[in-house]
Every structure is written in C-alpha cells, then in structure tokens.
Design a protein around this ligand. Structure first.
Ligand SMILES: *Cc1c(COP(=O)(O)O)cnc(C)c1O
Ligand code: SF4
Length: 465
C-alpha cells in the first residue's frame, strides 16, 4: 500500500484546530529585566554589580520599622506611612525586607500590591483573629520528640534547624518560633537556634528510627545556614543509612536570588551535598516559596538556571492569600512562570490559622475553585496540589477531601487515616467571608461549640459510610 503524504504548502502553518492564542496568556514568560531598583530613591545610584551582590543585599536589608518607613518617604502618601506604622505595632512578626523585595513592590499602588500585602501590615485592613485560632495551630511542638524535630508522618520528619529567615512573612505559620520577639507575641517565642548540640540530639533521634527516610530541613530558613552548616547537616543525614531523601527549605530565591548567583561558598556547599547524595542514590533537593508571579524576575531565572545546571531539583510551596494569589489568572501565571524557571509547583497551602493576618486568609471554597481552574492549564507534573494543613496536627490533606464542609459556618472537617487514625481535624474559613447567616452565628459565643459539634456529627456520619 502506498502512503499518501499530505504536504503543507510552503510558508503556511498547518491548519489550526484552535484559534490563535491571546499573547497575554504567554505573559508568564515575560520576566522583569533592567535596573528596576532605581525607582526607589534610596537605590537610585546603585549599580547592577552592587545590586546583584548578595553581600550588598544582606547589608542593606531593612530590619527596623523606622528605617523601612524612611525608605518609603516620597514614594507613598503620609497616610500610608501612618497606617503601616500602626500596622507594625500590632504585628506578631518582625520586619525584614531586602532591597530586591522592596524594589519589586509597585509603590504607586501600595494598598493593592501583592508583595506589600505579604510583608508590610496595615492597621486599616486589620480584622479580628478567628475565635478558634490557637498558638502553634499545627501542633508542631506536640509532635516533637526532640526540640526542633517534628515526627508526625510515618516515614518523614521536619527538622527545624534554626529560627531566622532572610525575610519575615506576616503569614508565617511558625511565628511561634521564627524571628525576634515583637511587642505583640503573647508568649515568648520558642528558641530554635542554629546550635550543633541541639542538632546532635536530632541526628541521634533520626538514626534511632529506621522508618525515617525523608527529612525536611527548615526553620527558619536554610538560606541563613552558613556553608559549613549546610555541609554538616547534609553529610550527617546522608551518613544515616535509612535516610534516602532530604529537602532544604528556603524562601531565599523569592526574596534574594542574588545569593544563588554570588554566594559561591554557600552554593558550592549545597551542590556538594546534592552531588554526594546522587552518588549514594539519595535525593537531595531544594524547596522554595514563591507566592506571586512578580516575585520571579530575570535575576530569578539566572539563579534557577544555575541550580538547574548543577542538576538541583527545585520545588515550590505557595501559601494561598487573599489579595495576593487568590485570582485564577494570578495563580495560573504563577504556576506557569515557576515551570518556566524550572521550579516545580508542588503545593499550594490554604493559609493556616495565624495571629494578626485574618485579612490574608480565604475560604476552602476559594481553594477548591482555584484548583479546578488551574488543573488542565499545564503539565500535570507542574500542577500543584492544593492542601489544608489540618489544624491540630493531621498533616496536609487535599483540599477537596473533607468529610464535611459547611459553607455557611465555614467549618471543614478532615480525617487523616494514615497519620492520626480516628481523629477529626477542623479548619475554619475567615468569618468575614461567610454568608450573613454564618457571620451571625459566630457573633454569638454560645453558638461556637454547637457549630463545631454539628460539623463533627455530620463528618462522623459520613466517615462511617
Ligand atoms: C509538610 C511536612 C512534611 C513533608 O510533607 P510532604 O507532604 O512530603 O511535603 C513532613 N513533616 C511535617 C511535620 C510537615 O509539616
Ligand atoms: S521565610 Fe518561611 S519560615 Fe521564614 S518567616 Fe517566611 S514563611 Fe516563616
């Protein structure tokens, strides 16, 4: 049989089955380039070489509210400055903002800007905390056999190596430990210093538990570990025969990609551990934390390319935040832009119940809608799983997998059969986003335990099925 070859006429694209795409749908590939930092008066004369130097970024990082507000003089209205000053007074997290991060905020729209919202609190947008909020809502301390090691899941553990970060995020789940004390912390923060002696107890515990295969090294933030500390932790864990996988967690690439490009000592230490792991058939990767497409620039791409070139796998965990990344278009662009810089979108977390940031939380319903919308836009392996980290220590549960969800009271109930069998875990949507009927019930404290009991009863009925 002869095959008939149909040739495409020269200079003509094959017939399309789809209409031409709107170029705006490719915006994830357009990364910010140029000397954007010069828009900030304080950095108007900073050269590219200086701005790319991580030492300059660290030295210029702002850690005092008055200094931050001084840097904003002339960029924003006096009213905004007062609002932020007041906002910091009530905030449980300290301030820490790199020049890079400060330069990425659109200061002509400081109230709406998605990066500003994550790091600079305002008094005018403050909402009361949810009445069901608890300190250390994930119960990480309750699941810690040694201080700074949470062993919740059967085969993996979370190693809190230190309690500092290159940035302080308002929404931090670990505000119970991370960062310096602030006026607002009701309890003194738990101290988890980078301390070889404390780590020794952790290595001993991990070595004594043959079921532990996977260690998350977090904190705080691996960016703030020195090169010799990266090596110490990396090699000590690799030397434990049953440890097969490790992840260094860091927000660094989102707030100071310069370090990957110019801190050769740190970069080499990380790559050394990754390569030694590979030679032992053990997987060592980097987990990072981008929340908005504006956090990914041409500088980020160069930094991620350097890691990719050394074969370092990078995955991303985002936190879903209202006004930051709760729109379908923003989340889709974030996911595609992460893939564009070879970072695999791994999780999107529903915002934990954290003090002082109620306006940043959103509903499980919104998370479900976003998940539905994002899935299908790109490769499945670049599609993040949307999870609720179940308050009380149930661990991460897929957002759709609740046993029961009442959109009026905003209570969702999850189970975790392989983590804490027989228990129920409740998440609470922010009250101000509930329908009127739900808001009314939460106004009456006598209703609180009734609503919780109702939700548990319904979940129980379903879980037995
Ligand atoms: C998130 C987490 C892990 C890692 O979980 P993965 O789903 O594998 O990413 C391990 N331990 C604790 C306590 C955690 O919170
Ligand atoms: S970088 Fe991570 S650990 Fe540090 S403050 Fe932000 S969310 Fe918390």
């Amino acid at each position: 049989m002869q095959l008939k070859v149909v040739e495409t006429p020269k200079d003509e694209a094959p017939r399309a089955v789809k209409p031409p795409v709107d170029p705006s749908t490719l915006s994830h590939r357009h990364l910010l380039e140029g000397d954007f930092w010069r828009r900030i008066p304080a950095y108007a004369n900073v050269s590219e070489a200086e701005f790319l130097d991580h030492k300059w970024q660290m030295k210029q990082t702002i850690t005092r509210v008055d200094k931050l507000l001084a840097a904003l003089q002339g960029l924003v209205s006096p009213q905004f400055i007062v609002d932020a000053e007041e906002g910091f007074r009530h905030a449980p997290m300290a301030v820490r903002v790199s020049p890079y991060l400060l330069s990425l905020v659109d200061w002509t729209k400081p109230y709406e800007d998605p990066l500003r919202r994550q790091f600079i609190p305002l008094s005018s947008t403050r909402l009361p905390d949810h009445p069901q909020l608890r300190f250390d809502s994930l119960n990480e301390q309750g699941d810690a056999p040694v201080q700074g090691l949470t062993h919740r899941y059967p085969d993996k553990a979370l190693f809190l190596a230190l309690d500092t970060c290159p940035v302080y995020c308002r929404f931090c789940t670990r505000s119970y430990a991370v960062g310096p004390d602030t006026d607002q912390a009701e309890l003194e923060k738990l101290s988890l210093k980078a301390n070889a002696q404390r780590w020794e107890a952790i290595f001993t515990y991990v070595a004594s538990r043959p079921e532990l295969e996977d260690i998350v090294i977090s904190g705080g933030d691996s960016y703030n570990l020195r090169a010799d500390q990266i090596r110490e932790i990396g090699h000590r864990l690799l030397d434990i025969p049953h440890v097969a996988r490790m992840r260094f967690a860091t927000k660094g690439p989102a707030v100071m990609p310069q370090k990957i490009l110019t801190d050769d000592e740190w970069f080499k230490a990380l790559v050394e551990v990754v390569h030694r792991g590979r030679s032992m058939a053990k997987d060592v990767v980097l987990h990072t934390h981008f929340n908005h497409p504006n956090e990914i620039t041409g500088i980020t791409k160069r930094a991620m390319d350097r890691l990719f070139g050394e074969g370092v796998t990078v995955r991303n965990q985002s936190v879903l935040q209202r006004g930051v990344n709760d729109q379908v278009e923003t989340m889709t662009t974030l996911v595609k832009r992460l893939a564009h810089v070879n970072v695999q979108p791994y999780y999107v977390y529903v915002h934990d119940l954290v003090k002082g940031v109620e306006e940043l939380r959103t509903t499980v319903d919104t998370a479900e809608y976003l998940e539905k919308s994002v899935r299908g836009t790109t490769a499945g392996f670049n599609t993040p799983t949307f999870v609720v980290d179940a308050p009380g220590g149930g661990g991460k549960r897929v957002v759709h997998s609740f046993e029961h969800y009442d959109r009026v009271t905003g209570i969702s109930v999850y189970t975790a059969p392989s983590v804490k069998p027989g228990q129920f875990f409740l998440y609470f949507d922010p009250i101000h986003l509930l329908p009127e009927a739900g808001q009314m019930r939460w106004k009456d404290p006598a209703e609180h335990s009734k609503m919780v009991q109702e939700a548990l009863d319904r979940a129980q009925a379903r879980a037995r099925r």
